[in-house]
Design a protein around this ligand. Structure first.
Ligand SMILES: [Zn+2]
Length: 112
């Protein structure tokens, strides 16, 4: 039983390690507002929203501000990526990262 449980868990993304989903030209991130619980899906275009940098392994920097429609709370996402868009470092304030599954579950519940 314990074995199955850990296997199932592995299928969900480890947000502590890397909250970004790579999808072609985009990095996708799912975020939940700490203030009101609103969920966001944000598409980050690799070619225009990442700033090139040259410090150590870091090739790109992301700074993104998300403002919801339900409250004035601002969510700030910061991340550093390697030249192959591997997440090296990240930080978030005003909200927290959620998985794609959590986002879709939330959207389904709202749509009812
Ligand atoms: Zn909010």
């Amino acid at each position: 039983m314990g074995l199955f449980r850990s296997r199932n868990k592995k299928r969900e993304k480890d947000l502590m390690k890397d909250p970004f989903y790579e999808d072609g030209m985009f990095l996708i991130v799912y975020v939940k507002c700490d203030n009101c619980g609103e969920v966001f899906r944000s598409h980050i275009r690799k070619t225009s929203e990442l700033y090139p940098t040259y410090s150590g392994r870091t090739a790109y920097i992301l700074r993104k501000e998300l403002i919801g429609s339900k409250c004035p709370n601002r969510i700030n996402v910061y991340a550093e990526f390697s030249g192959t868009y591997k997440t090296l470092n990240f930080d978030i304030s005003g909200g927290h990262f959620i998985t794609k599954e959590e986002y879709e579950k939330h959207e389904k519940e709202v749509g009812k």
